[in-house]
Design a binder for this molecule. Structure first.
Ligand code: SAH
Length: 242
């Protein structure tokens, strides 16, 4: 199997010889595009199988959402520091949570914890509209600029406390929280539409946390516990500085 570039490869990753694909490339092609191929392959290998999610990840340049000094490592599967002592999440966890969210084009999605804006960018490729809330003004402004430069104009970045929800646009078909909650934020559950799904990391701050998936059905909310993760804490109130 040969793939001339990472787009070809994406089309081929359902094939059997995917582990060999990168090694098969001619010398001289092991550049950033190869990093991106390996990045997609590693997500595929770790079980991310939703083609729309993989396409969204392929489409969004992660290097535009990391600090300049980390741009070279943008396609490594790791979380990285961003401004205000926060982090851009590990790509595998972004892909996993996005897959669990089951986003459709007609959906309005609320994200709590804009951070770098990367998760919002991925959601913008899948949903009709994305509303994302960040408690640090600096992060919200940087994310807004990165999203605008890439032309992702279906994302609305709001500065505020996401724990209060965003009632003016509620209800939401999907809600994703990208900071760890110690208890399920009830206001957000109230803003979930009938049939809606909410995905969040739940657990002690600075301890192990689990991704939890809540589904609002006719008879109430069901809860599924998924993979173990580590996220920065979900904190009340808009940040006073920065
Ligand atoms: N989704 C982000 C990851 C950000 S890390 C990305 O793709 O880069 C989590 C973010 O949640 C941090 O930026 C933090 O400031 C923010 N946060 C924590 N508590 C919050 C709250 N109550 N309301 C809004 N944002 C919050």
């Amino acid at each position: 199997m040969t793939a001339r570039n990472w787009r070809d490869l994406l089309a081929l990753i359902s094939g059997r010889r995917q582990e060999n694909a990168v090694q098969d490339l001619p010398e001289g092609m092991r550049d950033e595009s190869v990093d991106r191929m390996e990045f997609l392959l590693s997500l595929r290998r770790r079980g991310i199988s939703d083609a729309a999610v993989l396409r969204a990840i392929d489409a969004v340049p992660r290097e535009k959402f990391v600090l300049a000094e980390f741009a070279d490592a943008a396609y490594a599967d790791q979380a990285m520091p961003i401004a205000c002592g926060q982090t851009i999440s590990q790509p595998y966890v972004v892909a996993y949570m996005t897959e669990q969210l089951e986003v459709q084009r007609e959906h309005r999605v609320l994200e709590i914890g804009t951070g770098s804006g990367y998760q919002a960018a991925i959601l913008s490729q899948l949903a009709g509209e994305v509303i994302t809330v960040e408690r640090y003004r600096t992060l919200a402004e940087t994310a807004r600029k990165a999203l605008a430069e890439l032309g992702y104009d279906n994302v609305n970045v709001i500065v505020g406390d996401g724990l209060n929800g965003v009632p003016e646009h509620a209800p939401y078909d999907r809600i994703i929280v990208t900071a760890a909650a110690e208890t399920i934020p009830e206001k957000l559950v109230e803003e979930l539409a009938e049939g809606g799904i909410m995905v969040l990391p739940l657990g002690e701050h600075h301890g192990p946390q689990r991704i939890v998936k809540l589904t609002r059905g006719e008879d109430g909310v069901t809860q599924q516990e998924l993979i173990w993760v580590r996220f920065v804490p979900l904190l009340p109130g808009q940040a006073r500085e920065l």
